[in-house]
Design a binder for this molecule. Sequence first.
Ligand SMILES: NC(=O)c1ccc[n+]([C@@H]2O[C@H](COP(=O)([O-])OP(=O)(O)OC[C@H]3O[C@@H](n4cnc5c(N)ncnc54)[C@H](OP(=O)(O)O)[C@@H]3O)[C@@H](O)[C@H]2O)c1
Length: 279
Amino acid sequence: MNVKTALVTGANTGIGKEITLSLASKGIKVVIASRSYDRTLPVIQAVKKMYGAQKCEWLSLDLESIKSIDSCADSFFEQNASLDYLVNNAGFAGSRGLTKEGFELAFGVNYFGHYVLTRRLKRALIRANNARVVNVSSKVHSIVKKLDFASLRKPTKSLSGINEYAVSKLANILFTSELHRRYASLRISSFVVHPGLVDTEIWRKLPFFLRPILKLKGMLTPEEGARNVLHCAFEASATQSGKYFSKCTPSLPSTLATNQELAIKLWEQSESWMNHYSK
Ligand SMILES: NC(=O)c1ccc[n+]([C@@H]2O[C@H](COP(=O)([O-])OP(=O)(O)OC[C@H]3O[C@@H](n4cnc5c(N)ncnc54)[C@H](OP(=O)(O)O)[C@@H]3O)[C@@H](O)[C@H]2O)c1
């Protein structure tokens, strides 16, 4: 039997961990790409124990560094020829700064790192001959009213980092629609998801007095959040490629997120950065 392969970023905890366990339960070999082997070990051990040693592989990936992304892609090709599911899940909110190559931290990690990873894995996605890319965005993208390209190369400006987080999540949506436009003819479908408000470690940077308010809003469990992502991997139709999903349903993102000119501009700018920094 031809075993399918998935790569999930940031799968040591939260939504990514639940996605990994669910993919493995379907007999899919999961390549976990994360920045700490030690923090990922419990997930690796759980998958191996439940589904067999050959069902899980770990690759080092720090999305703050293009060198790390390049080496993650190279290592992937050492063990695998094709990639059926790429889940660009890793992300954070609330930290401030710059990536190694000087991108605003949230933009660099949550969006640009995944852009480079996806482009570097293109050959494997084509070889799968019906691959799916699922990008994890957020409803919060809708607070962005303008994409200021100059600010993407400067340190995080806002104190909470939430504005920059929202920009990175807008970029995830623009990326997905352009990925669909460019890769659908290669039999690669692309989806972007708002997983819901989910009780995970992503809120650790939030001031402690705000956390009870989030809880009151009714947070989903990581398993429930993962279900929204898995819907795009398995149940959404290929004819829905390029779309933004919320609650397992295609939904309308913000007007800015549907601006095709902006999506093309972001893709082309990202490509030029990638050609400069990636090998
Ligand atoms: N939770 C929510 O309510 C919510 C809502 C909307 C969207 N989302 C999105 O859902 C996705 C998963 O988030 P989560 O809620 O499951 O959060 P989480 O529990 O904090 O998990 C985030 C994952 O991303 C990884 N990550 C962070 N920075 C990284 C980097 N530089 N390189 C590689 N990996 C990195 C983390 O690794 P470390 O353990 O090494 O830090 C962790 O594995 C994110 O894209 C987030 O924006 C979440």
